[in-house]
Design a protein around this ligand. Structure first.
Ligand code: ADP
Ligand code: ZN
Ligand code: ZN
Length: 816
C-alpha cells in the first residue's frame, strides 16, 4: 500500500461537466471510501462540482481540473449510491460510443430530483438525531427543538434557504447547534434530496416484564412490534396512541426507532403483484410470437423485430411476454415515442399490471417522477414505461426491453448527450442478458438491415387483429384534381369527409405543418419574412395574431409592408394545421372539429391534449386535424377516414431519410383508419403520385419499399451501409463558426485518411438558429473505429477557445 492510499482511498470520478475523461481524487476519510455509484462533491479547477464515483483508481494520475496535484473529494452526498455497477458500465458504454463525458451521461440518467444541486445545506448529524430521539420527539408531537425537528421531518437535511424561510431566526440558532455538533452546515456544497428512509419501530426485547400490569394497551403495542420481528414495523402504520406507547417503550428500552435506508441491493420481491387476466384470445400469429419470445426469455440476450402491421395487436404481445418475465421475477423496460400521446398504452399496462408499473412521464411533477424512479430502484415496482430517457430507468433484474414504434425519430436525443434510445435499449438488454423486442409496422431501415444481417430475428404479425383489413388507400393527383376554392381540399376528399360525417363516423386530416399559413411572401421583391435569429421563414398564427418562429419561438407582429423592400404587396402563402381547421369548420359547420399539434398540446396544455384524445376516443369529435401527432399509435375505433393533405414537402427535405420518413408517416397515419367495425379509407392528395413512398403506401408494401430503399442506400453509400458521425459547430460570430468547422474538417481528414469520407465543412440547412451560426462536417465510414477516431481528432482541433461550440452527433438522425 502506498503512502497516499494509506491516507485515503483513490477514486475514479466522472464530473458532470463537458470535459472528456475521468479524474482521480482521494477520499480523505481514513478507513472509509465513498461507494461506487455515489454522488460526490469535488473541487475542479477553481470550481466545486458534482461528480460520480465510477471506480477505484489504481494510481494518482489525472487530478481534477488539470492540476497535477491529487485533490480530495469534499463530500459524499448522503443517501444510497445513485447507480449500481451495471448502470455505470452502461454509462461507460454510452459515453464511449456517443463521445460524451461519462459524468454528463450519468447526470442525464438521473431524474432531476435525484441530482445534486448547488446549495448550502444544513444536515442533521448522528448526534443531532440521537438527541432528538432521546426527546422521543421523532414519534410524538411533543415540544422539541424546532430546527432539529424540521430537519428530521425533511429526512435529515434541508437547503439553508428553505430552513430560514421556515424559521426566520434559524441563522442565529444554527451556529449554536453546529457548535454543539447537532447539525452540519455545508459551505456552498452540492446536495441532492435525501434518500428516502423508512422509519421503523423495532423491538429490542420481547420481555414485557418491565411494564406495569395495568398497561394493557402498551403491552398490545409492544406485542405488535415484537410480532414484526427484526424487520420492524413502519411507524407510519401505527395509530397515534400506539406512537405514544412506542415513545414510552423506547424510554423503557423495550423498543427503538430506526431510520433504515431503502436498500437498493435487496433482491426484487420474487412475487410480483397479481397480473390481471387478458380478455383477448390471441390469434395464430400473436400466439406464435408470444411463444417464441417467452421461450427466449430464459436464453440470455437476443433481439427480435416484431414487425406487425398497424392494428395487428403488438401491444398484447408485449403484455404477455412481460407477464411471463414478471412471473419469473424479472423486470421490464418499455420505451414509447411520446408517452403523453399514448395514454391508452399506459392505461393498458395499468389495467394488466396495476401498481407494478412506473410510468416515467415527462409531464409528471418532478416529485412523482422521482418517487417512481426510486420505487423501481428499490425493486418495489418491476415495470418501467416511458420515453427515450427511460432507457436509464433503474429496473431490477432486467428480463425484457421493449421499444414500441421503434422507427420513431423521437427516440433520438437531439441535444446534450445525443443518444438514440432504441439503440441504447438493445445495448442495455445485451449487458443485462435480457430479451430486446423492437416493434413497428414500419421498421427503420437500420432494423430491417439488422434482420438481413442476422442480428435481429424477425417475427411477423401480417394481419390486423380486429375483423377489418388494412384500409384502402386512394391517391388524389392534385394536377388533375386541383384543390378547391380554399386551396386545400380536392373534390374527392371533400366528398369523402361529407360522407363520413353523414354516416356518423370520425375522420382525421393530417398535415405536417402547424400554424395558419406557412409564410409571408412579398410580391414586390420575392422575399419571405424570416426570423432574425434563425433565417427560417416565420409562420403566421391566427390564434395569437402574430408571426412565430418554430425554431426559436420568437414572435413578431404581422408586418403590413415588406421588411426588405417596404412594398405593401405582402401576402400569406401556404397552409398550416390552424388554417386547415378554420377551413373545415367553415366547410362543415355542423361537424365537431378539434386540432392536435404542438400549439394545442404544448407543455402548458397537457390537459388539452388529454381532453382531445379522450373526446376522440369517446366519439365526441367528428374531425381531428393535426400534425404528425395524429399519426402516432392511436387506437380510435370510430375513425374510418384519413385524409393526407400535402406530403410533398416532407419528401423534399434535404435528408437521405426523407423518403423513409415520408413512407413511415403515411403508413402510420393510414393505420389509424378502420380499426373498428367499419372498414377504413385513406385519401392522399399529392402532386407526386409516383413517388416511391406513395406507391408503397397504396399497396401497404413495406417489404417492397424497404428492398428498394435499401438498394438505394447501398448504392449511394448511406446508413445502414455505412456509419456516420456529424460534427455540429456553432458560434455567434459567422467567421468563428466557419473557421472552427474548417479546422474540424481538416483534422478529420488527416486522422481518418482513406478509411473515412469527410463531407464539408458546410453551412447547416438552418444556418442561423437562436442567434448562432451553424456549420456541419459529415464523416462516414463502414468501420466504426477510424470513424470515431476521426471525430475525436476533429473535436480536439476545433475545441480551442472563444464562443465556438462543437457537438459530436453519432448516428445522426437530422440533417438540419
Ligand atoms: P398495434 O399496436 O399493433 O397497432 P394494438 O395493440 O393497438 O395494435 O391492437 C389494436 C386493437 O386490436 C386493440 O384494440 C386491441 O385490443 C385489439 N386486439 C389485439 N389483439 C387482439 C385479438 N387477438 N383479438 C381481438 N382484438 C385484439
Ligand atoms: Zn419585399
Ligand atoms: Zn427563430
Amino acid at each position: 500500500m502506498t503512502e497516499l492510499e494509506a491516507a485515503g482511498a483513490l477514486l475514479e470520478i466522472a464530473v458532470a461537466l463537458p470535459v472528456p475523461g475521468t479524474f482521480t481524487y482521494r477520499d480523505p476519510r481514513p478507513g472509509v471510501a465513498a461507494a461506487i455509484g455515489a454522488q460526490v462533491v469535488v473541487p475542479f479547477g477553481a470550481r466545486t462540482v458534482t461528480g460520480f464515483v465510477v471506480g477505484r483508481a489504481a494510481s494518482r494520475a489525472a487530478g481534477g481540473g488539470g492540476g497535477a496535484e491529487l485533490r480530495d473529494i469534499e463530500e459524499v452526498v448522503v443517501g444510497e449510491p445513485a447507480f449500481d455497477e451495471a448502470m455505470i458500465a452502461f454509462g461507460r458504454w454510452t459515453a464511449d460510443y456517443y463521445q460524451a463525458p461519462l459524468g454528463e451521461v450519468l447526470r442525464a440518467a438521473l431524474p432531476q430530483g435525484e441530482q445534486a444541486t448547488a446549495k448550502r445545506a444544513v444536515r442533521l448529524t448522528e448526534l443531532g438525531r440521537r438527541s432528538l430521539e432521546r426527546q422521543g420527539t421523532l414519534i410524538a408531537d411533543a415540544p422539541r427543538d424546532p430546527l432539529l425537528g424540521a430537519l428530521a421531518d425533511a429526512g435529515g437535511e434541508l437547503p439553508l434557504g428553505r430552513l430560514v424561510k421556515l424559521h426566520p431566526r434559524a441563522r442565529g440558532a444554527l451556529a449554536r447547534l453546529a457548535e454543539a455538533g447537532l447539525v452540519e452546515i455545508g459551505d456552498e456544497v452540492v446536495r441532492r434530496r435525501p434518500a428516502p428512509t423508512l422509519v421503523l419501530a423495532v423491538a429490542t426485547s420481547g420481555d414485557p416484564g418491565a411494564l406495569p400490569k395495568r398497561a394493557a394497551a402498551r403491552r398490545a403495542a409492544l406485542a405488535k412490534i415484537v410480532a414484526a420481528g427484526a424487520d420492524g414495523l413502519p411507524v407510519a402504520s401505527l395509530t397515534a396512541s400506539e406512537r405514544m406507547h412506542l415513545r414510552a417503550l423506547s424510554m423503557a428500552g423495550l423498543a427503538r426507532v430506526e431510520h433504515r435506508p431503502i436498500n437498493p441491493s435487496s433482491p426484487m420481491s420474487p412475487a410480483p403483484p397479481p397480473i390481471a387476466a387478458s380478455p383477448i384470445v390471441l390469434n395464430g400469429a400473436q400466439a406464435q410470437a408470444v411463444e417464441t419470445l417467452v421461450g427466449a426469455l430464459s436464453g440470455g440476450f437476443a433481439s427480435y423485430l416484431l414487425h406487425g402491421v398497424t392494428g395487428s395487436g403488438k401491444t398484447e404481445v408485449y403484455l404477455r411476454v412481460i407477464a411471463a418475465a414478471r412471473r419469473a421475477g424479472r423486470g421490464a423496460l418499455v420505451l414509447v415515442p411520446e408517452i403523453a400521446l399514448t395514454p391508452q398504452l399506459a392505461a393498458r399496462f395499468r389495467a394488466r399490471f396495476g401498481e407494478d408499473v412506473a410510468v416515467l412521464h415527462s409531464g409528471l411533477p418532478p416529485r412523482e417522477r422521482l418517487a417512481a424512479w426510486r420505487r423501481l430502484r428499490a425493486g418495489e415496482v418491476g415495470i418501467a414505461l416511458g420515453a427515450r430517457s427511460a432507457v436509464f430507468a433503474p429496473v431490477r433484474a432486467l428480463g425484457v426491453v421493449v421499444v414500441d414504434e421503434e422507427h420513431d425519430p423521437s427516440f433520438k436525443q437531439e441535444e446534450g448527450v445525443r443518444y438514440h434510445g432504441r439503440d441504447l435499449a438493445v445495448v442495455r438488454a445485451q449487458q443485462a442478458g435480457a430479451l430486446a423486442i423492437l416493434g413497428s409496422a414500419t421498421p427503420s431501415l437500420e432494423s430491417a438491415h439488422n434482420v438481413e444481417r442476422g442480428r435481429f430475428k424477425r417475427l411477423a404479425l401480417p394481419e390486423r387483429a380486429t375483423p377489418r383489413p388494412l384500409p384502402a388507400v386512394e391517391i388524389v393527383d392534385l394536377r388533375r384534381h386541383p384543390p378547391g376554392p380554399d386551396g386545400l381540399l380536392s373534390a374527392p376528399l371533400a366528398e369523402a369527409i361529407g360522407a363520413a360525417l353523414a354516416a356518423g363516423e370520425q375522420s382525421i386530416l393530417f398535415l405536417n405543418r402547424r400554424g395558419f399559413s406557412t409564410v409571408m411572401l412579398c410580391r414586390g421583391c420575392g422575399q419571405v419574412v424570416r426570423c432574425e435569429n434563425c433565417v427560417v421563414s416565420m409562420t403566421y398564427h391566427r390564434g395569437r395574431g402574430r408571426l412565430c418562429c418554430h425554431y426559436c419561438g420568437r414572435t413578431t407582429p404581422v408586418p403590413v409592408k415588406c421588411p426588405s423592400c417596404d412594398s405593401p404587396r405582402i401576402e400569406r402563402l401556404g397552409t398550416g394545421t390552424e388554417r386547415v381547421e378554420a377551413i373545415v369548420r367553415q366547410r362543415f359547420p355542423d361537424a365537431r372539429v378539434a386540432r392536435l399539434d404542438r400549439d394545442t398540446a404544448g407543455s402548458g396544455a397537457a390537459r388539452d391534449l388529454e381532453t382531445i384524445l379522450r373526446r376522440m376516443q369517446a366519439g365526441e369529435i367528428d374531425l381531428l386535424v393535426g400534425t404528425q401527432m395524429v399519426t402516432k399509435g392511436h387506437d380510435f375505433p370510430g375513425v374510418t377516414l384519413v385524409g393526407v393533405l400535402q406530403p410533398d414537402q416532407a419528401m423534399d427535405l434535404p435528408d437521405f431519410r426523407a423518403t423513409e420518413r415520408t413512407f413511415q408517416l403515411l403508413e402510420q397515419v393510414a393505420g389509424r383508419a378502420g380499426r373498428g367495425d367499419q372498414p377504413g379509407r385513406v385519401i392522399i392528395q399529392t402532386y407526386r403520385p409516383d413517388h416511391p413512398a406513395i406507391t408503397a403506401v397504396v399497396r401497404h408494401d413495406y417489404a417492397g419499399f424497404a428492398r428498394a430503399e435499401l438498394d438505394e442506400r447501398r448504392a449511394t453509400d448511406y446508413p445502414p451501409f455505412t456509419r456516420m458521425i456529424a460534427l455540429r459547430l456553432d458560434a455567434r460570430d459567422a467567421a468563428e463558426a466557419k473557421a472552427g468547422a474548417t479546422a474540424a474538417a481538416e483534422a478529420a481528414r488527416a486522422a481518418g485518411g482513406a478509411a473515412v469520407r469527410v463531407r464539408g465543412p458546410a453551412e447547416a440547412p438552418l444556418v442561423r438558429l437562436r442567434g448562432r451560426v451553424r456549420w456541419q462536417v459529415w464523416l462516414s465510414s463502414p468501420d466504426r473505429a477510424p470513424l470515431a477516431a476521426a471525430a475525436r481528432a476533429a473535436a480536439r482541433a476545433a475545441k480551442s477557445g472563444g464562443d465556438l461550440r462543437l457537438s459530436v452527433d453519432v448516428d445522426p438522425q437530422s440533417v438540419l
